[in-house]
Write a protein that binds this ligand. Sequence first.
Ligand code: HEC
Length: 259
Amino acid sequence: MKQYKTKITSTFLSLMFVMSMLNAADKIGVPAKGGHPEYLFLEKVSAKEAQSTADMISKSIAKGRLVIFAQMGRLTNPELGDKGYTGDVFADQWEQALEAEFISASPAQEQIIKKLIWAGKQAMDNNQDRLNVKGVKWKHFLPAKWAREAGLMFNSRTGIVTKQPAINYRHPSNAPDAKEIEVLTKFVKAGTNAKPQGEFAMMGKQKVYRYFDPINLMPPCLGCHGKPKGELDKLGFEKDGLETGDVIGLISVSIAVEK
Ligand code: HEC
């Protein structure tokens, strides 16, 4: 009787084991359902200021990308070691480029932009060792990478979520969610006529304003994102097959709104 029981128990246990393995095999690598990219919202804006704040954040990131883009010749020069392009140097240029944007900023908006500038400067400082490597042209530093890393630190300090979802995204953290896919699809059709759009939504229990600002390609982007589609770019990613003016992605901003 005892032996019989042990046998049943061990058969039952092996069955459970096999089932748990199958279950685990089913689920590996699938994003967890529910949940949100943020759940402690530090900075909140009034509903009235939501659109203009999200627009300021998005425009600032786009300007930051351009400021870095203008430096790419120097930053990818393999002859140079120390490039001298520190967080401070970058932040000065970035703030100058932003001056005109923020004449009408409210005190709450100024505080948020200050934290964004802090995050952008930090992201540049964090990349100094990488940027100052001599003898290598591409050192895995690009405007989009700066924006991704600055966005993470901006999120740490503010709870505001920024992303750059794209059609064929290169970095996994830019994978578009359902809403971003919907907006991207519309922007791609509109091309150069794509206009920023936003809406109130919920992120868990928090009301947020979601804002989507199209990113159109310029000629210097085509070396990696242009034609022929599928050919490997100089970093080893497949080119996107796009043309100047095409929408490649968007800057996505989600910001908490006060009740
Ligand atoms: C040298 C190749 C190269 C060039 C030139 C280039 N990109 Fe990219 N792009 C990349 C790589 C690599 C990433 C991923 C960066 C990361 O987050 O680590 C990227 C990411 C992006 C993303 C975010 C979505 C994603 O794929 O993760 C956007 C949007 C984007 N690039 C737009 C542009 C635009 C606009 C230009 C021109 C102003 C441009 N790129 C020029 C290689 C390039």
